[in-house]
Design a protein around this ligand. Structure first.
Ligand SMILES: Cc1ncc(COP(=O)(O)O)c(C=O)c1O
Length: 377
């Protein structure tokens, strides 16, 4: 099945009993058992729910895995994956990971003595140097949020194999339509499905997919134990979103390419971060490991005041956190998504006060460019 067909016909489609073409929403917590200790495959909805199961099945297929898992948020998915580790273990993570992942690692997981080192994972030597005898996981985000840094998945797999590490990839920015890390040997791929997979700014959710059966069993065990599962209504919304993921990503990327080129030549823009630009440091690697460059762009206008000017004049770009929806969003990472990262660390990473992040939507690109021009010119 080709990629775009998989979005529509993958997983479990419709309802065999009634012929309904959409999977029903099983709004239920418990299931009648024919006799004590026997059940029909479902006993309690934290453990399994048919609507969630349909979503989890298509998630596995989209990522070319064998098992999928749906969670109440991207952070719930990340926390569950981290719970595969134990006190005293150590994780090496991409240095400009999503602010929530940074907060989870440095302010919550540290309480159970899970060690961490943040490193620029686009620098292979730096990754190897960060590995300690107790390192158990290599956690990659590619492209990253908000600087769109690209990490070479093949190279990370080599390192993971050499040091026997679990390779985990946050694939939120690339989406399963454009990049499939399990194909490059990652053990676990995860998403904030709140973003492109849902696609309509109406559901908070997280997804995980794996190939290995034993790992799948362990994740299901932790998912059921921790209990941060996705409800049936939200599972259904995600399945609806998935059906148009391919179409949306193509439209979004077309717009993003034009907007990145526009910003790149603008005299009032100091720097543009978009993997689709040939000048972007990760362009060649992104080209090799993904089918496209996605819809996220960051650009630096030099100061917080100038950034505010762009924000205040934009009509079609909504000032909001989050990303990956049909409508274009604009944000200032230093004051919004990445505010939980200390200022000196943000500056070290390049997340300056003048950095603006765009999540490109499916509107007419001419309107979007005009909207940005009002603040930039
Ligand atoms: C790359 C990335 N990973 C994980 C998350 C966390 O997901 P959620 O907000 O669904 O909990 C986000 C949220 O913005 C994100 O951008």
């Amino acid at each position: 099945m080709k990629r775009k067909t998989k979005m529509v016909h993958g997983g479990i489609t419709g309802d065999e009993r009634t012929g309904a073409v959409s999977v029903p929403i099983y709004q239920v917590s418990t299931y009648r058992q024919p006799e004590a200790g026997k059940h029909t495959g479902y006993e309690y909805s934290r453990t399994g729910n048919p609507t969630r199961h349909a979503l989890e099945t298509v998630t596995a297929e989209l990522e070319n895995g064998n098992a999928g898992f749906a969670f109440a948020s991207g952070m719930a998915a990340i926390t569950t994956v981290m719970m595969l580790l134990k006190a005293g273990d150590h994780v090496v993570l991409t240095d400009d990971v999503y602010g929530g992942t940074y907060r989870l690692t440095t302010k919550v997981l540290n309480r159970i003595e899970l060690g961490h080192t943040f490193v620029d994972t686009s620098d292979i030597a730096a990754v190897e140097a960060a590995i300690q005898p107790n390192t158990k996981m290599l956690y990659i985000e590619t492209p990253t949020n908000p600087l769109l840094k690209v990490t070479d998945l093949k190279k990370m797999k080599e390192i993971a194999d050499k040091y026997n590490l679990l390779l985990v990839v946050d694939n939120t920015f690339a989406t399963p339509y454009l990049q499939n890390p399990l194909d490059f040997g990652a053990d676990i791929v995860l998403h904030s499905a709140t973003k492109y997979i849902g696609g309509h700014s109406d559901v908070v959710s997280g997804l995980v997919a794996v190939k290995d059966e034993q790992l799948a069993e362990e994740i299901h065990f932790v998912q059921n134990s921790v209990g941060a599962v996705l409800g049936p209504q939200d599972s259904w919304l995600l399945m609806r979103g998935i059906k148009t993921l391919g179409l949306r990503m193509e439209a979004i990327e077309k717009n993003a390419n034009k907007i990145a080129a526009y910003l790149d030549q603008h005299p009032n823009v100091e720097k543009v971060y978009y993997p689709g630009l040939a000048s972007h440091a990760g362009h060649d690697v992104a080209k090799q490991q993904a089918e496209g460059f996605g819809g996220m762009i960051a650009f630096d206008v030099g100061s917080g005041e100038k950034a505010d000017q762009v924000l205040s004049r934009a009509d079609y770009f909504t000032l909001a956190e989050s990303l990956g929806a049909v409508e274009s969003l604009i944000s200032i990472p230093a004051r919004m998504t990445h505010a939980s990262i200390p200022k000196d660390r943000r500056e070290q990473l390049g997340i300056t006060d003048g950095l603006i992040r765009l999540s490109i939507g499916i509107e007419d690109v001419d309107d979007l460019i005009e909207d940005l021009a009002k603040g930039l010119d």
